[in-house]
Design a binder for this molecule. Structure first.
Ligand SMILES: Nc1ncnc2c1ncn2[C@@H]1O[C@H](COP(=O)(O)OP(=O)(O)O)[C@@H](O)[C@H]1O
Ligand SMILES: [Mg+2]
Length: 305
């Protein structure tokens, strides 16, 4: 069964803002990266999964339960790290931990103490005197202290210093190894590459691509850049039925995306011409992501350049 399911989720805030017809699933033990820039709709989707907002259309489910209808049960089975941490300022860190334990119905202090130690947080001071980083750490402790099976992490390393970011990423790696199901939103490519099995790219509230992280890691998408001796050869080659990403008639250079299945077709097209220079590199996650955001002027299509 899918542990997390978002189906045709739509919440239109007007002026093109919100989420539109978003569908994806995360199966047991899988980590899905939810990649998109500010305003793309990541937090909105996560809030619907926590039952904090009701969908206008579609639905969200955790462990098969409707998130808007069974919010209490959903909250107990999920560790949620919100994008923007808003904590009650009148409490001490420890009082906040106690309050969250009561809400989650857990009474075991051991894990909370371990997490406080690991993330080097002293919870005894008042929340209102804590730095942003300390507040994030407190949110991390309360999200994980009942050892939930499902983790919803909304830009989890923002506000943490580089050392703590590393501690956090190691911690998530361990949670993955323990079989947790994780949805992690981010705009940081290295974080997504380090942690995710699959990556869903969101743009202007709509999913534009879902890709296996292994495909990107193993270089399934390659870019071949070819430079020609003569304008005639350059023009002829440009007519080939290939996935051109850039074409520059001044330098007589063009680049083509060639997936593993297309290599023979690319070689037969190129071998008829005199080549001046040739290079090849694998598409990085960043280039793949950017291809959905940057329009290439020369081809009118998307560009990895
Ligand atoms: N409650 C709301 N009322 C109006 N607009 C909202 C509300 N929540 C989010 N939005 C808008 O929806 C879009 C997506 O926001 P959000 O999900 O926070 O993006 P992300 O987390 O990817 O940065 C943004 O344009 C944001 O301004
Ligand atoms: Mg956000």
């Amino acid at each position: 069964m899918d542990k997390i399911k978002v189906e045709k989720l739509t919440h239109d805030y007007g002026h093109g803002r919100g989420v539109f017809d978003v569908s994806f699933t995360v199966s047991e033990g899988e980590t899905l990266g939810f990649l998109g820039p500010n305003g793309a709709g990541k937090s909105t989707t996560m809030r619907h999964l926590m039952g904090f907002s009701k969908p206008q259309k579609g639905e969200t489910r955790i462990n098969g339960m409707r998130c808007d209808k069974q919010q209490c049960r959903v909250m107990r089975s999920v560790g949620y790290l919100p994008g923007e941490v808003a904590l009650p300022e009148g409490l001490s860190g420890r009082q906040f931990i106690r309050m969250m334990q009561r809400l989650k119905g857990s009474s075991d202090d051991k894990l909370a103490e371990k997490l406080l130690d690991r993330f080097k947080l002293d919870p005894d001071g008042p929340v209102k005197r804590m730095s942003i980083g300390e507040k994030r750490k407190l949110a991390v402790v309360t999200a994980f202290m009942n050892d939930p099976d499902i983790l919803l992490l909304d830009e989890p390393t923002s506000g943490l210093d580089p050392l703590m970011q590393e501690t956090f990423i190691d911690f998530i790696q361990e949670q993955k190894q323990r079989g947790k199901t994780i949805l992690l939103s981010s705009h940081i490519f290295s974080e997504v590459e380090a942690l995710c099995d699959r990556i869903a790219i969101i743009k202007d509230g709509r999913l534009v691509s879902t890709v296996d992280a292994a495909e990107i890691k193993h270089g399934l998408h390659n870019i071949m850049t070819v430079e020609f001796e003569s304008p005639k050869d350059f023009c002829e080659f440009s007519k080939a039925d290939l996935d051109f990403k850039t074409r520059d008639d001044k330098t007589l250079r063009c680049s083509v995306v060639v997936d593993d299945d297309d290599i023979n077709r690319f070689i037969s097209a190129v071998k008829r011409f005199k080549i001046k220079a040739f290079s090849e590199h694998s598409v990085t996650l960043e280039e793949y992501f950017m291809s959905f955001y940057k329009k290439d002027k020369t081809t009118g299509g998307v560009s990895y350049a």
